[in-house]
Design a protein around this ligand. Structure first.
Ligand SMILES: Nc1nc2c(ncn2[C@@H]2O[C@H](COP(=O)(O)OP(=O)(O)OP(=O)(O)O)[C@@H](O)[C@H]2O)c(=O)[nH]1
Ligand SMILES: [Zn+2]
Length: 201
């Protein structure tokens, strides 16, 4: 399993019992008693919650973008402030913030439902991630499955691994962007960015 995209879709599928066993080991490793009342069900609970937190590993972007409409629109479309909860692959703690996903449909391409753009974000966010890869994966899936004239994807996230531990800088936010096609043009990109930033602090 080399590509994160393939994880969970092949032989390395989700293994609840394995996770529960490992969590029990972690509890012992931190010096806790995994059999005490409050912790007895924790390995099973964590395994169940991982199925939810990492559900993107069993989802394919093309399935999410499968619904398309016959709509004659070739102007910029933007869904902004999509809430994001992902998991940093270095520390397995959350990073959270917002995503902005915009595209210019192509008359020969496809237009999808607005909610599908937010679903696409989740397909990739609900995996162990780094923010840069999350950003480019969303943009590249848009290009591959909608064949738009242009795409812009921006993520603004706070990483709890930089907040609750380590360097401990609460409030610092990381901004990443991926721009494809016509939106790479300076004027079009600036217009898209101003729509994204409008009303933001
Ligand atoms: N580029 C990038 N780095 C990330 C992301 N999430 C976490 N990191 C960084 O991953 C790095 C891991 O650094 P290491 O030195 O291997 O680990 P560490 O000793 O725990 O590092 P500190 O967090 O500085 O304590 C840290 O600098 C994190 O801030 C991300 O989405 N993108
Ligand atoms: Zn981290």
């Amino acid at each position: 399993m080399t590509e994160p995209e393939l994880a969970g879709l092949g032989p390395g599928a989700f293994d609840h019992d394995r996770i529960a066993k490992a969590v029990r080991e972690i509890l012992i490793g931190i010096g806790e008693d995994p059999d005490r009342d409050g912790l007895r069900a924790t390995p099973d609970r964590v395994a169940r919650s991982y199925a939810e937190l990492f559900r993107g590993l069993t989802q394919r972007p093309e399935d999410v973008l499968a619904t398309t409409f016959d709509l004659d629109h070739d102007e910029f479309v933007l869904v902004k402030d999509i809430e994001v909860w992902s998991c940093c692959e270095h520390h397995l703690v959350p990073f959270t913030g917002v995503a902005h996903v915009g595209y210019i449909p192509n008359p020969n391409g496809r237009i999808t439902g607005l909610s599908k753009l937010a679903r696409l974000v989740d397909v990739y966010a609900k995996r162990p991630q780094v923010q840069e890869r999350l950003t480019t994966q969303v943009a590249d899936a848009m290009v591959e499955f909608l064949q738009p004239s242009g795409v812009i994807v921006v993520f603004e996230c706070e990483h709890l691994c930089m907040t609750m531990r380590g360097v401990r800088k609460p409030g610092s936010r990381t901004v990443t962007s991926a721009v494809r096609g016509q939106l790479r043009n300076a004027a079009t990109r600036a217009e898209a960015m101003s729509l994204i930033m409008n009303g933001r602090r």
